[in-house]
Design a protein around this ligand. Sequence first.
Ligand code: SF4
Length: 268
Amino acid sequence: MIDMEECMQLIAREKAECPPGSKLWKVAPIQGRQLLDVNPEHLLNDGLYRKCDCKTAGGGYDHFPEIGEDLTGIRCRHQFVVQLYGCHLDCPYCYVTRDGVFGESVYVSSKSIIEAFKKSKMDVLHLMGGAPALYMSDWHDIKELVPDNKVFTSDLLLTECEYDKGVIDRLNRMYNSVYAVNIKGLTDEEYKANTGRDIDWGLFWRNMDKIMDSYLAFYFTFTNVEKGAALEAFRERISKDYGSYRLSRSFHIDIIQYKALQAPREVK
Ligand code: SF4
């Protein structure tokens, strides 16, 4: 089992080993148990990437097509998914699986990713994880190459690491970007049960302050979060401190019993 500090060290080490030149991303191809839940026809570039129809994937729980189009005016139904290596959490319901998060990886340049994205003719480039915000300081490198009529998206958990306000300010200036802020628990117990990790609430709220103090186009998702007192307290705090409109596009995600979850969890 890997903890947050180990995960950050691992990624820093991998980044340091990247060859010099244009930005290289440590990408985990679609592999291992996660293939149990991926339509082989959705694999792209021999499984290095995949495509996804957000209207039908996972039974259609994702509201991203409507939210993304609402915020950008650009069609957002079909995603080109890049799976970045590593995650500081260990969610028991993780359909990416330890294979996809910590399995074999390859380095791919921003330019190469964009070429594959354009060829795929998808609407949205999704830098997924793992925990893609571990690479947040480099998001601008790929976002700058996304065509103006396409959308860039990625995910924040507020617990990956201390966010850099300068990095967020840089992302602020980039249009046609939509971010999901994934909340995976609102009490110590709920967070631990949903992620396998203890939460640092100080880090969580400091990062919350930084994104709220920005013009990032984001929405909240609540994964397996109980609709009770803790959620109400969270909603009240967000409304009071930042404005209720910040919650207007939020939605809940229930646990889906993916086939991958029925297989043993150890990395192969
Ligand atoms: S945060 Fe996502 S990738 Fe990481 S363990 Fe949880 S579900 Fe898997």
